[in-house]
Write a protein that binds this ligand. Structure first.
Ligand code: ASP
Length: 285
């Protein structure tokens, strides 16, 4: 079997943004699903899905990322696979089109994370797409003041689980700031024996409370959502917001959020139709 779940960020989605969020998630899901259907790897499926989200200015990742206090785009991204626990991460990277592809290239390195100029130089050495940092800012870019990070988890037919995150971080953040999204055990984690998880939300609080690690330790294959709910409870105590997706080793989905909205799409070989929701409440209706 194969399965894939992704999210477009823990945030407020206004009525006029609803269609763009739904469609953007479905397009990304289709890209990831296509890889899995043809027998491709979970790592490639995650990369394919996240690249679509990065290319869509609806989401705060890649093109259309949040601007830091200097008005610049600094991005973070990571990818992890659950067989050998390989991790690739880039942080405070500027002037690359697809941070997730740079993170994926890092999977083959001993180093698990590169920052700033070193990360961009690595991208250049790998022949990945560079750009002028200003090209990542759409003409009508506006500060939203809400969260957004994208994330995706895939399980392929060999049983490999992979997770990826990509973000432009928080609007107006101090230049050089690193949130939870590129940090294993905080914004994401994957282990083939257990499953995988990805978070979005207030990165400092998610990192302080190591949300991904908590979920991995508490994940009940029969009730995957409970571990997410408990983890979110830890940031809610700090009056912070988060949303998380989880996929168990046997392909069960779970997701929850305490942000107002959290766009999520998922599909597996057991369900012919993709599902997309802007909030948990909508899924429960
Ligand atoms: N967690 C991300 C960060 O702190 C932002 C977000 O998900 O909104 O960089």
């Amino acid at each position: 079997m194969w399965a894939i779940i992704l999210h477009g960020g823990a945030k407020d989605i206004e009525a006029e943004e609803a269609d763009a969020n739904r469609e953007g998630c479905l397009i990304a899901l289709a890209a990831g699903r296509a890889v899995l259907e043809r027998g491709g790897s979970a790592v490639d499926a995650v990369e394919a899905a996240v690249r679509q989200l990065e290319a869509d200015p609806t989401f705060n990742a890649g093109y259309g990322s949040a601007l830091n206090a200097d008005g610049e785009v600094e991005m973070c991204s990571a990818i992890m696979e659950g067989a050998e626990f390989k991790i690739g991460g880039v942080t405070v990277i500027m002037g690359v089109r697809h941070p997730i592809s740079v993170a994926k290239a890092m999977l083959e390195e001993d180093t698990i994370m590169l920052a700033g100029d070193g990360a961009r130089r690595f991208a250049a050495q790998m022949g990945l797409e560079l750009c002028d940092p200003a090209e990542l800012v759409p003409p009508e870019q506006k500060a939203t003041g809400t969260h957004d990070t994208v994330g995706c988890i895939a399980l392929d037919e060999t049983g490999l689980i992979a997770v990826g995150t990509s973000t432009g971080g928080l609007d107006g953040a101090r230049p050089g700031r690193v949130g939870d999204s590129p940090q294993a055990g905080c914004g994401f984690y994957a282990d083939n024996a257990v499953g995988a998880v990805a978070f979005s939300g207030d990165g400092e609080e998610i990192a302080r409370k190591m949300l991904a690690a908590r979920v991995m330790h508490a994940l009940d294959p029969d009730d995957p959502e409970r571990a997410i709910g408990e983890a979110i409870g830890h940031v809610a105590e700090l009056e912070a917001e988060a949303g998380g997706i989880v996929l168990t080793a046997d392909g069960r989905f779970g997701w929850l959020h305490n942000s107002r909205e959290f766009a999520v799409a998922y599909q597996s070989s057991a369900h012919a139709e993709p599902r997309v929701y802007l909030s948990k409440q909508e899924e429960r209706r």
